[in-house]
Design a protein around this ligand. Structure first.
Ligand SMILES: [Zn+2]
Ligand SMILES: [Zn+2]
Length: 250
């Protein structure tokens, strides 16, 4: 491939490649896409069978959609920062495959960034240490195709819910609880199961937390070691979730 940069990088995984037609007002031109788990290479296929790199698109912040356009068959639209690319697939199946594969890659990338290393891991860590004290950066709903807690696929019936503590997008079963959050002046807000368990551990019983007359008690700082000890292994809160199926949280 001409014009390639350092494509080999630890953790980079090849996902999918294929040729779609780039739609412009006057013409349709083939573009070959190489999808990795963190970037997509947007290339021109050349006569000699090689590919010339036109653009490296980052999955971070990328949006993919299926607009209905009279003039474009099987339309797939990719938007990232200020770039909008309108593509046409050769069949509905090909378009669907690209849409789902790309959506999943974008969601996996967003989830990965926020749990493992990556640009926002430091911010996430800070947020986790001070859970509920500052408004989280909400993970964009459009990027998430499955619950970031239990990985259930979202659909028309399984709707997306934001956790107001960590900002992740989770399903209803994973966001049944509310908890008073400091940055909302201790107003009750929907939180995910993981945050709920953590906030309860840190803040004591929820009845005390609901007592607005003594908000100072929540500010009592605890040594970091106590916070670490109170982190539950994921298996515990996962099983707890399935154990009960109580009130719906709108
Ligand atoms: Zn949360
Ligand atoms: Zn879930």
């Amino acid at each position: 491939m001409k014009g390639k940069r350092d494509l080999l990088k630890p953790g980079r995984i090849f996902v999918k490649e294929g040729t779609l037609m780039k739609v412009s007002r006057k013409s349709r031109q083939p573009r070959h896409l190489f999808l990795m788990n963190d970037i997509m290479l947007y290339t021109y296929p050349q006569q000699d069978g090689k590919y010339r790199l036109k653009n490296t698109l980052f999955l971070s912040g990328m949006k993919v959609s299926k607009p209905v356009l009279d003039s474009v068959l099987n339309c797939l639209r990719i938007e990232v920062s200020d770039i909008t690319i309108t593509l046409s697939a050769s069949s509905v199946g090909e378009r669907e495959d690209w849409f789902h594969t790309l959506s999943r890659a974008i969601a996996d990338h967003a989830a990965g960034l926020c749990t493992f290393g990556g640009p926002c891991s430091e911010a996430r860590e800070k947020l986790w240490m001070a859970l509920g004290e500052a408004a989280p950066v909400l993970v964009p709903v459009s990027q998430v195709m499955m619950c970031m807690n239990c990985t259930s696929d979202f659909s028309l019936t399984l709707r997306r819910h934001h956790c107001n503590a960590c900002g992740k997008v989770v399903c209803r079963a994973c966001s049944r609880n509310r908890y008073p959050l400091k940055y909302l002046k201790d107003r009750l807000a929907k939180v995910c199961d993981k945050c709920y368990a953590e906030l309860r551990k840190r803040g004591g019983s929820i009845s005390g937390a609901c007592d607005n007359s003594s908000p100072r008690t929540h500010r009592a700082s605890r040594p970091l070691s106590a916070v670490f000890q109170s982190l539950q292994p994921p298996s515990l809160w996962k099983s707890r979730k399935s154990a009960s199926n109580l009130s719906q949280v709108g």
